[in-house]
Design a protein around this ligand. Structure first.
Ligand SMILES: [Zn+2]
Length: 375
């Protein structure tokens, strides 16, 4: 008993690029070759674009981070501005206080000077005269007390004025120091902000460059895609240029008529995953003859991980047939073959669990149920 064919997965790119059914001829081979090269280029461009996109994401994250930093620094600068304003107000207040105190000091000085002037005019005996002019001893003592009081109060006044003056000056100095400190810190924050802004602008430039590179690569990819589409069209046009060989197709494995797997949806015999079976599987022992289903030209012979050793024959009119899992191939690319002519020996190469022939019929490159063509 033959096991089912497990060939069912086949990439579109390979389908279009490598084994697209077509008429024979060197130019078709060239087109196929070109198509493969283009597919490789497209793949390469996509990888490049992906790498750049991931770089772009990183740069964007960095830009976002710098944005946050700039916002924080702006807030800090605002804070220092407010502090500076407050200190300026405090200094102005203290300055007013100093002016007021100075006025008081001046007034007191005048009063003191007046007394000193009188004393000077009267010689050093100024105070003494006042005492001597007393009516009696009691009056003299009173006058002496008063003079002592006046002198003492003058001295106290002077002392307190000096102390106040000093205090105001110290206060003003400390406020100014504080203000200078605020300005220093503020300037350093501004400098840091500028640094961050420069880094930000560099990142933005890098971002713009990356976007430009990505666009460029995407344009290149689009150009390759367009080229690929054109070649595909050329292949189809070349294929349609030849009319179908005509007549009914021959059974590809003479003497072996057992179909072990039909065309269409089926579970993968190994993984169980539902997928499309691209052809029919015909049970055949090792070495059985595989024959051409109709007159045509061999447009592909080769090996594939899934198909194993396989052959594609173009019959014209956009119709081609494929024979897979063979042990050996008896024809080469470009060979003309006749209906019923042996082209291979059956086997189990590629993705297969036992000897059989996987047979496909394609109409303009699209797989179709072979049982519509072979009986
Ligand atoms: Zn199969």
């Amino acid at each position: 008993m033959f096991k089912k064919c497990i060939l069912f997965v086949f990439s579109i790119s390979l389908l279009l690029g490598s084994i697209f059914p077509m008429t024979a001829g060197g130019s078709i081979e060239d087109l196929k070759q070109k198509q493969q090269e283009i597919q490789n280029k497209i793949k390469e461009y996509r990888q490049q674009a992906d790498a750049l996109k991931s770089q772009k994401e990183n740069v964007q994250a960095e830009i976002d981070q710098l944005d946050i930093e700039i916002d924080a620094l702006n807030l800090e600068i605002e804070g220092y501005d407010l502090q500076k304003q407050e200190l300026t107000l405090q200094i102005a207040e203290k300055e007013q206080e100093i002016v007021k105190l100075n006025e008081e000091i001046d007034l007191n000085n005048e009063a003191l000077e007046d007394r000193l002037r009188i004393m000077y005019k009267n010689g050093t005996s100024g105070y003494l005269e006042v005492i001597l002019n007393a009516d009696d001893l009691m009056d003299a003592l009173t006058r002496l007390d008063m003079i002592q009081l006046i002198v003492q109060s003058d001295v106290d006044l002077l002392k307190s004025i000096e102390a106040q003056k000093k205090q105001v000056e110290e206060l003003q100095l400390s406020l100014e120091n504080q203000r200078a400190e605020v300005i220093t810190v503020q300037n350093s924050v501004i400098a840091k902000k500028q640094e961050v802004a420069v880094a930000y602008s560099e990142k933005e430039q890098r971002m713009a460059a990356l976007e430009k590179d990505i666009n460029k690569i995407q344009q290149l990819e689009a150009a390759e895609e367009a080229q690929s589409a054109k070649i595909e069209k050329d292949i189809l046009a070349a294929q349609r240029a030849v009319e179908y060989a005509g007549g009914e197709m021959a059974w590809p494995v003479p003497g072996n008529y057992r179909i072990t797997s039909y065309f269409g949806g089926r579970p993968d015999p190994i993984t169980g995953v539902w997928s499309t079976h691209r052809g029919i599987d015909i049970g055949a022992s090792y070495g059985s003859a595989i024959v051409a289903a109709n007159d045509g030209v061999v447009i592909f012979t080769g090996s594939h991980w899934s198909y194993g050793n396989y052959i594609i024959i173009d019959h014209g009119g956009g119709i081609s047939t494929l024979y897979a899992h063979n042990t050996s191939l008896l024809v080469r690319n470009g060979d003309e073959v006749s209906r019923g002519e042996q082209i291979a020996t059956a086997g189990s190469t590629g993705y297969s669990t036992g000897p059989h022939c996987h047979f496909e019929v394609r109409i303009n490159g699209t797989i179709t149920d072979p049982l519509k063509y072979v009986k």
